[in-house]
Design a protein around this ligand. Structure first.
Ligand code: 5AD
Ligand code: SF4
Length: 453
């Protein structure tokens, strides 16, 4: 088959969340299917695709910096093109559309979150006709799962079960760039999971902005607990999901922890704040008391569960007392991991119109105080695994030392262990080995492989 992408190299650069990483895998799958060759570096790439994020300002700024600096990167000598093709998709593409080509005139293609499948056609347009190709749609017509996927790892798969979000938290741009929540039929999800299990995938992570409301649009009421049951039945070794909204986390779902064989004892449950006034202003629709009740229930169901969360510091109008309520919540729960963010104003969201006059230094100090609490708990939580033997899904070698394997425990902790003599890291990648933990730090555990699972 002759396609315009034969002998062309492409590179996909991804910013932002797992949904974007997954979308990137679909783009790679499509371009490979059309004869393109995936490469790792910008220098080698004839076609460069940026999958962008606009959830905070920092990611926006980074995209502009990166695209601007490309002007100085020459095209490889044997490229079939005269000029490198640069495409921007994902959330910034969706938000800015045509506007982007004005700010970045050497951009060739802009596409959005609803039309990944159009990318080859848009690229082809540039190859054949030159000029810009911009296409941004208002909503998805179908769930984009018919597209092929080139997964980053053969042993792990992301599996989207919903796209979009109906929650409109007042700080968040996501509902505006990803559209309304759309669930994918159960049969499709199970069929895709079964294909992964047959292909030797060890871990599936179900994806959605709010997986707990899965099914509401299709079936009238949430069916997330049924998805967990059905996925467990496929025989997958490890099952995870992200993200959960506390207002929709049901007792039925909580009860699955500690019960379903494959469901890993780890949950990411974004609190965002511990102040009821701030939660209300954020339109989160739960109180800190409700959140803490969920934590109690989760620990009743699964005492060893590892909890992680997202916290925003410096939401408009956050008082010292509000911040202290947040710090207390974080201290009370004792998370394994907390992703802390300084509030970033996003034009078009309701919070962007709220009075926001807390000095940056005050917010930075609050942020630093919070990070101290987070680190103290992360360290203490990891100590609980000292001396235990944990099954580790090997992801490769440590970035700092290629004689150390690096992988993930059931609780999603990073675990390092020396490679056994005579065994290559490649041979272990994607397998589960038992590691006896003899050191526990704030951000990782290390130990010795006691058997190869
Ligand atoms: N400013 C700072 N953090 C934000 N998040 C989402 N929107 C913003 C914003 N405007 C954080 C939330 C969310 C995570 C993915 O990003 O904590 O859970
Ligand atoms: Fe954004 Fe809230 Fe939807 Fe999460 S639940 S994507 S924070 S609007």
């Amino acid at each position: 088959m002759q396609t315009p992408f034969m002998n062309m190299t492409f590179c996909v650069r991804t910013f932002g969340c797992q949904m974007n990483k997954h979308d990137s895998e679909r783009i790679s799958g499509m371009l490979e299917g059309l004869g393109g060759l995936m490469v790792e570096t910008v220098e080698e790439a004839d076609i460069l695709v940026y999958m962008t994020c606009c959830v905070r300002e920092a990611a926006d700024t980074r995209l502009y910096g990166q695209v601007a600096s490309l002007k100085n990167v020459p095209l490889r000598d044997d490229s079939p093109l005269k000029k490198r093709i640069i495409a921007v998709g994902g959330c910034i593409g969706q938000r800015d559309g045509e506007e982007l080509t004005k700010k970045l005139p050497h951009l060739d293609v802009v596409f959005g979150t609803h039309n990944l499948a159009s990318l080859p056609r848009l690229l082809q347009g540039v190859i054949e006709e030159g000029g810009h190709q911009v296409e941004v749609l208002d909503a998805s017509t179908s769930f984009p799962t018919e597209l092929p996927t080139a997964r980053e790892h053969s042993w792990a798969a992301w599996l989207p079960i919903t796209i979009g979000c109906n929650n409109f938290c007042t700080y968040c741009i996501v509902p505006y760039v990803r559209g309304r929540e759309k669930s994918r039929p159960i049969e499709d999800i199970v069929a895709e999971a079964e294909r992964y299990v047959a292909a030797g995938v060890k871990e599936i992570t179900l994806l959605g902005q709010n997986v707990n409301s899965y099914g509401r649009d299709l079936y009238g009421s949430p069916r997330f607990a049924q998805i967990l049951d059905a996925l467990d039945q496929t025989g997958i070794e490890r099952l995870r999901f992200a993200t959960s909204h506390p207002k929709d986390l049901s007792d039925e779902v909580i009860a699955k922890f500690g019960k379903l064989r494959s469901l890993m004892p780890a949950l990411h449950l974004p609190a965002q704040s511990g102040s009821d006034a701030v939660l209300k202003a954020m339109n989160r629709r739960y109180t800190s008391a409700h959140y803490l009740q969920l934590i109690d229930k989760l620990r009743d169901a699964c005492p060893d569960i590892a909890l992680s969360t997202d916290i925003i510091v410096g939401f408009p109008g956050e008082t010292e007392q509000d911040f202290e309520d947040t710090a207390r919540l974080v201290d009370t729960v004792g998370y394994h991991q907390v992703f802390t963010f300084i509030y970033s104003k996003r034009e078009g969201t309701p919070a962007a119109k709220m009075v926001d006059n807390t000095p940056h230094e005050v917010i930075q100090q609050r942020f630093d105080r919070l990070v101290d609490i987070v680190q103290k708990h992360a360290y203490e939580k990891n100590q609980l695994d000292l001396g235990r033997t944990v099954p580790v899904l090997v992801e490769g070698t440590s970035k700092r030392d290629n004689l150390l394997i690096a992988g993930k425990s059931p609780k999603n902790q990073t675990v390092h262990a020396p490679l056994p003599e005579g065994v290559s890291a490649d041979a272990l990648e994607g397998s589960i080995v038992n590691v006896k933990v003899d050191e526990a730090k704030t951000w990782y555990l290390s130990g010795t492989i006691v058997d190869n699972g």
